[in-house]
Design a protein around this ligand. Structure first.
Ligand code: AKG
Ligand code: FE2
Length: 333
């Protein structure tokens, strides 16, 4: 059965720790992941104070004059770090369909606690995954972003544990595959529209995400997901997070779970909804050397493995290569 709406799932029974509570959350998550690939989570244990602080400092960053933001511009096409200006990226590039640039600007960071001198982080395969971050001058922005990255890493581990239970695996099955994850935290700022968008130009064009899961905190409506060929609104529930699956998790589960197309639509230009919008987006991606092999429990005689094994790092880089084929020097999220 396909869910026609995005379910809201209370994580409290999981965190309370009883076997029944954990099993009930895992069942609800399994249903959401099979049918729509999106869920909204409440009682996620991330302090409101941290979310508010990161949101406010990010708003202050995007309010700076362009040259100050350009001072922390993305260093290289293959390094998703620092600032990207409005219309420099189109998420649909990754879908082999070049579209006008998205109506958003962004600031991105990668892992913040890379130990100096550990060869794991410097190997050829580590590639640009541990590229150094570039930071604006405000030390409070750096501190809050670093704290948020750590909080999202913890929440992602809890979600991956729930995923393990939902897939009938031992609860900690994913733990050693995500303990040196190569995730990205990106703040997206969608300016208020001042002129009509180009044909086909959106705040974020239709795309699916790449990795294991994405945790989104939007500050207003606009996010839509496809289900049964229709675009539906993702409910905007203040204080909650939106979680969606990425392509890597779809592959890991041999398509039992779905990574769904989604987009952010423009508000009507002459309406009170024409406001700027900001979202905090954490793209979770397992360790670069974690092997993604279709899980045996998701295979059967009728449904043998559909994908060859691939490392998480190579899976991510393959998305980047696909994009540069289309002449984009900018990478999608
Ligand atoms: O801003 C949002 O609500 C979602 C953005 C998104 O889907 C993405 O950046 O991958
Ligand atoms: Fe997305």
């Amino acid at each position: 059965m396909t869910l026609k709406t995005v379910p809201i799932i209370d994580l409290q029974p999981y965190f309370s720790g009883t076997p029944e509570g954990k099993a009930a959350v895992a069942r609800a998550v399994d249903e959401a992941c099979r049918s729509i690939g999106f869920l909204v989570i409440t009682n996620h244990q991330i302090p409101k104070e941290l979310v508010d602080r990161v949101s406010a400092l990010s708003q202050a960053f995007f309010a700076l004059p362009l040259p100050a933001k350009r001072a922390v511009d993305r260093p290289r096409a293959d390094m998703v770090r620092g600032y990207s200006a409005v219309a420099e990226e189109s998420l649909s590039y990754s879908m082999e369909d070049a579209a006008p640039g998205d109506l958003k600007e962004s600031f991105s960071i990668g892992p913040t606690d890379v130990p100096a001198g550990d060869p794991y982080y410097a190997e050829a395969n580590a590639g640009p995954h541990f590229a150094p971050n570039v930071w604006p001058a405000d030390p409070a922005f750096r501190a809050a972003s670093t704290e948020y990255f750590a909080a999202m890493s913890d929440l992602s581990r809890s979600l991956m544990r729930i995923f393990a239970l939902a897939l009938d695996l031992p609860e900690t099955w994913f733990d050693d595959k995500i303990d040196r994850h190569i995730s990205m935290f990106r703040v997206l700022s969608y300016p208020r529209l001042t002129e009509k968008a180009l044909p086909g130009q959106l705040r974020a064009s239709a795309h699916s995400d790449y990795g294991s899961l994405t945790i989104v905190l939007p500050d207003g409506p606009g996010l839509q997901v496809t289900t049964e060929g229709q675009w539906v609104d993702v409910p905007h529930v203040p204080g909650s997070f939106v979680v969606n699956l990425g392509d890597l998790m779809m592959q890991w589960t041999n398509d039992r779970w779905v990574s769904t197309l989604h987009r952010v639509v423009n508000p009507p230009i002459d309406s009170p909804e024409n406001r700027k919008r900001q979202s905090l987006v954490f793209f979770h991606q397992p360790n670069y050397d974690a092997m993604v092999e279709c899980l045996p429990a998701c295979q059967s005689a009728e449904e043998p493995a559909k994908y060859a094994p691939i490392s998480s790092g190579d899976h991510l880089l393959s998305k980047f290569v696909k994009q540069t084929t289309f002449g984009g020097t900018k990478l999608a999220a």
